[in-house]
Design a protein around this ligand. Structure first.
Ligand code: PLP
Length: 463
């Protein structure tokens, strides 16, 4: 299995190389050269298997020779052993045709743990085999950073620096990043918003001297191994609800387009997905683009669903690459327009291709709060604001006869203020995390300046 860059100018890599590299050297994102597919019988055979077994079957073809079968199985087992639910991604029914898939039973209470716990184990295995050491720098709107710090803390072949927008993550998110005491993980509070964090991260990857000097590796949602880990739960949910004998639809609270793009991969692999629905908050560049209004950056408006507060959605480049029939020159051109002109128009053909795969909806702040309250009233379930956005858009899109699954991307206790505002109930943290507010914090405030950040990292790791 080979991986190619969406911009066509970087070397082809193996799975392991693509994982350790993150962003391609031409600024593009790695995608598999071909996407393997399953027969109807292969999919039918997954029904009722344990999560780890389905994970193995779904991911194995993408890994190639990078890990042998037994090693890869052991990595998967270790990755999900710390989850607090045996089903890993359990389904909860909301009404006759609408289900929630709870993706928040991992150590940091958001779906990011599915990918990050796996990638931590994969990095550890690959680096110890190579006798190598890397510096991981990540940008986070809140959940990726805590998941990365949790997954990599204490690993001796890895230094981790997480940039988060100062003052724009929830207190639970911040504390999950600043309270682990292991010295190889560090939280950096950047004076800027999440797009600034992402932009500085990209700048670091494009500064080859720095990149090579510190052996920079990325675990942001652009890392192919993360997308791959997220493909698995589309299969577990679908087969639990009667696929391949009937179709299924998914609605995904979306920011950087990683989670929903994993659904597209599942569809390419043969999962009969009828609708794949992008749900956005008021930061709606994706909804505007998918409804034919071009892809133009606006300002980021902080919302009560901060993990979706983006204006540039990194993984959307992968969707464009496939919508443009894998034309890397066309993708490079669009990305140049985005950088220099702040946006681009999608060609008629590509827009049609995108609209055949993705539907979309946008939810306001008021509607988000109303949905949290409505879901509680109708079912007793307390959902987080991101999940509420998904549920609202899903209700607007679902069709009779096809089950709709909304991805519940975080535990409500991660966003207690919004939940309390909507319901009057303060959602308690699960017992394993109940002393989070008492643990000491460790954080460095840093300017939104590439040079300052790079110097800090070099000093900290002592190269
Ligand atoms: C990261 C995140 C999202 C957005 O996921 P993407 O893969 O970036 O589209 C949605 N909800 C929560 C809670 C998240 O942490």
């Amino acid at each position: 299995m080979r991986y190619v860059s969406t911009r066509g100018q970087a070397p082809e890599l193996t799975f392991e190389e693509a994982m350790l590299t993150g962003l391609a050297r031409d600024g593009g994102l790695y995608v598999p050269e071909t996407i393997p597919s399953f027969s109807v019988d292969d999919i039918a055979a997954m029904a009722n298997l344990p999560y780890e077994e389905i994970a193995y079957r779904v991911m194995r073809p993408f890994v190639g020779d990078s890990f042998d079968d037994a090693t890869f199985r052991a990595i998967i087992d270790r990755a999900y052993a710390g989850f607090k639910h045996d089903a890993r991604a359990p389904l909860v029914q909301l009404n006759e045709g609408h289900f929630l898939m709870e993706l928040f039973h991992g150590p940091t209470l958001a779906f990011k743990d599915f990918a990050m716990q796996l990638i931590g184990q994969l990095f550890q295995e690959a680096l110890s085999r190579r006798g190598d050491r890397v510096t991981i720098v990540g940008a986070t709107s809140g959940d990726t950073g805590s998941a990365a710090i949790e997954a990599f803390k204490g690993l001796d072949a890895v230094d981790v620096f997480i940039l988060f927008p100062d003052g724009r993550v929830s207190e639970v998110q911040r504390r999950q990043m600043t309270t682990p005491s292991e010295s190889n993980v560090r939280a950096l509070a950047l004076d800027g918003d999440f797009d600034d964090c992402q932009a500085r991260l990209k700048d670091m990857f494009n500064d080859f001297e720095f990149r090579d000097g510190v052996k920079l590796a990325g675990v942001n949602s652009i890392n192919w191994a993360r997308v791959l880990a997220q493909v698995v739960y589309y299969f577990t949910a679908a087969t639990a609800l009667g696929t391949p004998h009937r179709k299924i639809s998914f609605t995904v609270p979306t920011g950087n387009f990683g989670d929903i793009f994993a659904g597209y991969i599942a569809r390419c692999m043969g999962l009969p997905i009828e609708q794949l629905v992008v749900a956005t908050n008021q930061n709606d560049i994706l909804h505007r683009c998918l409804t034919g209004q071009g892809y133009y950056k606006g300002e980021t408006h902080p919302s009560i669903s901060p993990s979706m507060d983006i204006q540039v959605s990194s993984n959307f480049e992968r969707a464009l690459y496939f919508a443009y029939d894998q034309d890397s020159a066309a993708v490079s051109h669009l990305m140049e327009e985005l950088k220099t002109g702040g946006g681009f128009e999608v060609s008629q053909g590509a827009l049609q291709a995108l609209q055949e795969i993705y539907a979309s909806g946008r939810v306001s702040e008021e509607e988000t709060l109303a949905q949290i309250a409505a879901t509680r009233a109708a079912t007793g379930e307390i959902i987080c604001p991101h999940t509420a956005i998904g549920v609202k858009v899903a209700e607007d899109h679902r069709t009779p006869g096809t089950p709709m699954v909304t991805l519940a991307t975080a535990h409500p206790a991660k966003f207690p203020a919004a939940v309390e505002q909507a319901t009057g109930v303060h959602p308690p943290l699960p017992p394993a995390m109940s002393n989070l507010y008492e643990r000491p914090e460790r954080v460095t405030r840093i300017a939104n300046d590439l040079q300052t950040i790079e110097t800090h990292i070099i000093e900290q790791i002592g190269t």
